[in-house]
Design a protein around this ligand. Structure first.
Ligand code: 9MR
Length: 362
């Protein structure tokens, strides 16, 4: 069991304390008999998903196909603790359509089916991104009109396949540079900024019920990048484009959750948009000290509260669940220990931080 920083209230003891011993003894016998029925409810209330369900929000994890299919400790934690999943890689273009016209749905289907049988929602990730494009697309030298058709087909096909099974899509991923200019990409360079509105409209037509997001990193603080996104979001909404939410990836370094995060999320929420933390992890220089693990716990609580404390926060997703499979050490040399569970699936202080962030009574 994950430890929580406060003892849970003990309902039975509160009832028994004033009673005479004999009556209490009889009651204890009764309680002992009914206890097995009570246990599932009591434990559900102390899991991440138990707290999230109680607030009507999502707590999600990015899921890799390898651990999903090969590591039962992983799926045990995933299914006990999370009411939402995101495909870490399986719904990216290079995974779905490695050669033109030939789709590979196996891993994406596995996750969507897994989610359905464990009462989990699915965030779709991601339709339009500069990275992880198959080489036929990257190197195809397509004209603007060909690219437009290719993009529309990809969105129609992918969103259409999972219509009704994906509650939110990261339609647009990482479209800004740090200074707030549009990032150079296949899409931007050939199609111009108009591809964003088109992609959102196509996705909406393919699944009108899915919430459509623009997702990015380093937009958690009030800064040049988030200012540019704010201006774009406002403009898209004014034009009636179906943009429903902003995904704040939240790949943080321990001790560095931005102080302006909550106010920044609130200004997007004030536009009528959903806000979600979509890829939370908090990396630590290795080896992680006890003090850093404690700070990381505080950071998980702060980051999740920064979203959940804002109107229209739809939930918080962590980018993985265990340090065993995290992308962090492979990308940030010397850093790791970024997730709520360690390599052996022991809950870290970060788990308690996240849990307390989700639990309004903590
Ligand atoms: O975690 C993903 C890793 O396994 C992939 O190798 C990588 C490829 O670019 O993408 C990682 O996920 C990224 C996500 O799709 C978009 N935001 C940043 C994430 C971490 O790099």
């Amino acid at each position: 069991m994950p430890h929580t920083s406060r003892p849970r209230p003990h309902r039975r003891r509160r009832v028994l304390r004033p009673l005479p011993l004999a009556v209490a003894g009889a009651l204890i016998a009764t309680v002992a008999v009914t206890l097995p029925q009570l246990t599932p409810d009591a434990s559900a209330a102390t899991t991440l998903r138990g707290f999230a369900d109680a607030r009507g929000v999502r707590v999600g994890a990015a899921v890799g196909d390898t651990p999903l299919t090969s590591d039962s400790s992983y799926t045990t934690v995933l299914d006990r603790e999370f009411n939402s999943v995101t495909a870490e890689n399986a719904m990216k273009w290079d995974a779905l359509e490695p050669s033109r016209g030939s789709y590979n749905w196996a891993a994406a289907d596995r996750l969507v089916n897994h989610a359905a049988s464990h009462d989990q929602g699915v965030r779709g990730h991601t339709l339009v991104w500069y990275s992880q494009l198959p080489s036929w697309l990257k190197n195809g030298n397509f004209s603007a009109s060909q690219l437009n058709t290719i993009l529309k087909n990809h969105i129609d096909t992918t969103v259409g396949r999972y219509k009704g099974r994906i509650y939110a899509w990261d339609v647009i991923n990482e479209t800004f540079d740090e200074d707030g200019s549009m990032r150079s990409s296949l899409w931007q360079d050939k199609l111009g900024t108009g591809y964003i509105a088109n992609a959102l409209r196509w996705a909406h037509a393919a699944d009108p019920a899915a919430k459509l997001y623009i997702n990015d990193y380093n937009i958690e603080a009030d800064n040049a990048k988030s200012d540019a996104l704010y201006a774009l979001a406002k403009q898209l909404l004014a034009q009636g484009v179906p943009l429903h939410g902003i995904g704040f990836q939240s790949h943080f370094v321990v001790g560095q959750v931005p102080s302006s995060m909550k106010a920044n999320l609130k200004r997007f929420s004030d536009l009528g948009l959903e806000v979600s933390v979509t890829e939370l992890d908090i990396r630590i220089p290795l080896p992680a000290s006890t003090a850093e693990l404690a700070q990381q716990s505080t950071d998980y609580k702060t980051a999740s509260e920064n979203c959940l404390g804002v109107p229209r926060c739809a939930g918080v997703t962590v980018w993985g669940l265990t340090d065993k499979y995290s992308w962090v050490p492979g990308t940030f040399s010397g850093y790791g220990a970024a997730l709520p569970y360690n390599e052996s699936y022991a809950a870290k202080p970060a788990y308690t931080g996240l849990s307390n962030g989700l639990n309004p009574n903590a």
